[in-house]
Design a protein around this ligand. Structure first.
Ligand code: NAD
Length: 316
């Protein structure tokens, strides 16, 4: 990578998630050019004006409202456009609507850029990452779903709250679908290399079965809870996307639970889901083979089966 080169990102979709992601990237100092694209040009323009008026307070970013032609030269195109969950809707309910929207968007992006990394955030994110992989023809390392990066963050935060530890020092992953069948890998959860059970032994803070269940239910149902209260979720996902962008543009070799094409991992093929993966300038360098226990493996297979069923209903 040419170090003198500017880092450009395009965000498609200027709704709650797209505009918050753009804002988070604007204040991150990571990128120097940022274009926001939406079918609703007024919305995109209004968001861009609002953000640009804060530019004297951050490192300069060339931030503008654009069209698909402005995807040319982007290192990363972030896809946040489409319908979001309404109260009572699951992520899978969005599949047909958003697949049709994606078919149009991907063909537009490809006219102007076939070298970028496509970072899918729209739900159901695993299915749409798969749709994007199929219709873009991109190599699998350059199609990334934000996957369970957000769920893993929620998991680490909630465990950290229970055991009174900085969530950055809680190591634990949510894998599988970003949605109802996601899997908590309690067997791998640790603090400073100390297994969670061991860490809690002798403390009043013991994470027994009931507490674990409560933590995981709160992770899995977080979007439903937030949507019921305020209509949409966007701050934490924007930070999760910023973290993925950071790992890519800074070539960090970071381990993140992004969603990508499975090719035989745990016997799973031809669907996208999340496993801890090494992320760098190339996108997904590799998917790690983590030591799951038999229950986690069984739940991961179920999660993959649910995603296959949903993807099977689509004409790609
Ligand atoms: P929103 O309704 O606020 O925004 C969607 C935007 O997409 C709108 O501005 C709309 O005009 C635009 N749009 C629709 N069709 C378009 C098209 N063909 N071309 C360009 N723009 C188009 O929704 P939101 O709350 O921002 O959510 C966006 C998506 O992100 C949803 O699918 C939501 O479920 C998902 N989401 C994902 C995560 C995650 O962790 N992956 C977290 C939260 C939300």
């Amino acid at each position: 990578m040419n170090k003198e080169r500017i880092i450009k990102v395009a965000v498609v979709g200027a709704g709650y998630v797209g505009s918050t992601t753009a804002y988070t990237l604007m204040v991150s100092g990571l990128i120097s050019e940022l274009v926001l694209i939406d079918i609703n040009k007024d919305k995109a323009e209004g968001e861009v004006m609002d953000m640009n008026h804060g530019m004297p307070f951050v490192r300069p970013v060339d931030l503008y409202m654009g069209d698909y032609k402005d995807c040319a030269g982007a290192d990363i195109v972030i896809l946040t456009a489409g319908a979001n969950q309404k109260p009572g809707e699951t992520r899978i309910d969005l599949v047909k609507k958003n697949t049709e929207i994606f078919k149009g968007i991907i063909s537009q992006v490809l006219k102007y850029n076939s070298d970028c990394i496509l970072l899918v955030v729209t739900n159901p994110v695993d299915i749409l990452a798969y749709v994007t992989y199929k219709i873009s023809g991109f190599p699998k390392n350059r199609v990334i779903g934000s996957g369970t990066v957000l769920d893993t963050s929620r998991f680490r935060y909630l465990i950290g709250q229970k055991v009174d530890i900085d969530p950055r020092n809680v190591h634990a992953y949510i894998i599988g679908e970003h949605g109802d069948t996601e899997v908590p890998t309690w067997s791998l959860a640790n603090i400073a290399g100390i297994q969670m059970d061991e860490y809690c032994k002798g403390l009043d803070l013991c994470l027994g079965e009931a507490t674990r269940k409560e933590i995981f239910e709160n992770v899995k149902n977080a979007a439903y809870q937030i949507i019921n209260k305020k209509g949409a979720t966007y701050y934490a996902v924007a930070l999760a996307v910023r973290r993925i962008v950071e790992a890519i543009v800074r070539n960090e070799n970071s381990i993140l639970t992004v969603s990508s094409l499975m090719e035989g991992q745990y016997g799973i093929n031809d669907i996208c889901l999340s496993l801890p993966s090494l992320v760098n300038r190339k996108g997904i360098e590799k998917v790690l083979d983590i030591p799951l226990n038999s229950e986690e493996m069984m739940l991961l297979s179920k999660s993959a089966a649910a995603l296959k069923e949903a993807a099977g209903t689509l004409e790609l």
